[in-house]
Design a protein around this ligand. Structure first.
Ligand code: GAR
Length: 199
């Protein structure tokens, strides 16, 4: 039934391959959800291209457009409320979500992180930096973590986690590709779990 569907917003900064995987999964698994908004801190990105192909609304929202951080935070909360968003999915969003948004959507914001949290998380740990750090630390394995977002960077409750090996020959780029493939299966599973919990 269409009106039981949770309204999803996805926040992205880059290619948006996790967004695509989530979008596909909602369709293929017939999940009770629909994507209604793609928000980015960048005016152009692969995620926006995909959203537009799907006829989804895109919204470029950046701190730089506002005089104060508070005004930016309020605009983000308003944008989500105006569209009656139920759940926010961070998919390669390389900014901290403002506290006001976290407070307005408690346990309704999920993030995917390309490592086994609580290790290799926090400020500065994003994208290729994470994989560089994992290899430098000599870790035998890495993976991906989907977690709920709270006010502390990468510290919210873990929803799902999956492991991949780190091979002696790995470069950060090779490891990133292995982890990303894992993410594309893990994030849809986590969304399905969250939707089940909130049904
Ligand atoms: C993904 O590996 C995601 O886990 C990571 O950025 C990549 C985005 O790829 N996110 C972070 O590092 C957030 N701290 P995508 O745009 O193709 O989904």
């Amino acid at each position: 039934m269409a009106d039981n569907k949770k309204r999803l917003a996805v926040f992205c900064s880059g290619a948006g391959s996790n967004f695509r995987a989530l979008f596909r999964a909602v369709k293929e698994r017939n999940l009770p959800a629909e994507f209604v908004l793609c928000l980015s801190n960048r005016s152009q990105c692969g995620a926006f291209d995909f959203a537009r192909e799907q006829g989804m609304e895109t919204l470029h929202l950046s701190e730089k457009q506002f005089e104060t951080y508070e005004a930016f935070s309020s605009a983000m909360v308003a944008a989500l409320r105006e569209r009656s968003i139920d759940i926010v999915l961070l998919a390669g969003y390389m900014r901290k979500v403002p506290d006001a948004v976290v407070a307005a959507f408690p346990d309704r914001i999920m993030n995917i992180h390309p490592a086994l949290l609580p290790k290799f998380g926090g400020e500065g740990m994003y994208g290729i930096h994470v994989h560089t750090a994992v290899i430098a630390a000599g870790e035998p394995e890495s993976g991906a973590t989907v977690h709920l977002v709270n006010e502390e960077y990468d510290k919210g409750r873990i929803v799902l986690q999956r492991r991949v090996p780190v091979l002696p020959s790995d470069t950060p780029e090779v490891l990133a590709a292995r982890v990303l493939e894992c993410e594309h299966a893990l994030y849809p599973d986590a969304l399905e779990k969250l939707l089940g919990d909130k049904a």
